[in-house]
Design a binder for this molecule. Structure first.
Ligand code: NCD
Ligand code: ZN
Ligand code: ZN
Length: 329
């Protein structure tokens, strides 16, 4: 069996810089026609000069592929002039609560301080992407943050808000309560639960923020993806860390999935007899939600097995060495 996907998009991607970027960026640009690029570099991408230089670095590493990096600025208090100057070059602005995940130390400490910029974004039509976790108990962080989403969605009804990498049934339910709320979900959160991370031998390559949750959460996410919920898009949150930062005491958070996501999704949707919904989940929904126009690209996938490589450069992918039922032709 074979399927064709038109212009797949990854609406949440980490590429890093330098050698790491050179290793991982082509793995995405070979399969996807565009991706939202996360700004949590050190220091963060929080001004236009840095953003334009970063974009050039990405374009150089993905040269020859039909691929558009959709750039984002790291949320801080921006002036109207800064936002207006950035607008032609950005797709969204990404908000991190301070210190909540990898390289987010410069994030937002008090929501009240963020409101002036949110109001400008609402007026100018710039989408707000959010890593939505509190600093509460690890399993409850996303659920606790949902009240913040409700506050922002109510206070700024015209602001397009994306709940990034949702992991709970509660977040799925919230999607239908506010017109201006949207979400991305990763490939791995459609498949794994906390059991896969820490139920048996600890698997550092499945450790990420937000942590994978309960089976009923995974099932709610999966149901939303398999039915191509119109407010949900694929955002892999593929987050490469070198092997020694994962296989150590004090493991970095992030799952690396970029090169296996499309076969993984074809495999998953085929198993659930939902291949007809894959195009919407990996592309059409995102086109509509973000209003992006990436280059056209047709990816063909076939139900021929692939063995996931042990490593890409110095990065160990999710399920290294295991078999998938589908592969990219
Ligand atoms: C991401 C990273 O490594 O940059 N890590 C993660 O566990 N998801 C940051 C993020 O998306 O929160
Ligand atoms: Zn995040
Ligand atoms: Zn991320």
């Amino acid at each position: 069996m074979e399927i064709k996907l038109k212009s797949p998009l990854d609406m949440h991607l980490h590429l890093r810089e330098g050698e790491m970027l050179k290793t991982v960026a082509p793995l995405t640009s070979q399969h996807f026609s565009g991706a939202i690029i996360m700004p949590n570099l050190v220091p963060p991408v929080d001004n236009l000069d840095r953003l334009l230089a970063y974009r050039e670095e990405i374009l150089a590493a993905t040269k020859g592929d039909a691929f558009e990096p959709f750039m984002t600025l790291f949320f801080r208090a921006y002036t109207r002039a800064e936002l207006e100057a950035a607008m032609p070059h950005i797709t969204a602005i990404k908000l991190y609560p301070a210190g909540i995940t990898t390289n987010s130390e410069g994030g937002v400490k008090e929501l009240a301080d963020a409101e002036a910029t949110m109001s400008l974004m609402e007026e100018l039509g710039i989408p707000l992407l959010v890593h939505g976790e509190t600093n509460g108990f690890v399993m409850d962080r996303e659920r606790e943050f949902l009240t913040v989403y409700e506050q922002i969605a109510t206070k700024f009804p015209k602001l397009k808000i994306v709940m990034e990498h949702i992991t709970t049934a509660h977040a799925v339910a919230l999607l239908d309560k506010f017109e201006n709320l949207h979400a991305t979900v990763t490939a791995h959160h459609l498949i794994i639960t906390l059991d896969d991370v820490a139920g048996g031998m600890l698997n550092p390559h499945l450790f990420c923020k937000p942590i994978a949750k309960r089976p009923e959460d995974r099932d709610a996410l999966l149901n939303a993806a398999l039915t191509a919920h119109p407010k949900l898009s694929l955002g892999t949150d593929s987050a490469p860390h070198p092997q020694h930062k994962k296989e150590c005491c004090g493991c970095a958070a992030g799952v690396f999935t970029a090169p296996i996501t499309l076969p993984l999704m074809a495999d998953l949707f085929a198993k659930h007899d939902a291949l007809d919904k894959l195009q919407a989940f990996v592309s059409d929904n995102a086109h509509r939600i973000y209003g992006v126009t990436p280059p056209e690209k047709i990816m063909t996938l076939r139900d021929e097995p692939m063995t996931i490589p042990e490593k890409y450069g110095d990065v160990v992918p999710m399920w290294a060495g295991q078999q998938l039922g589908w592969s990219v032709v």
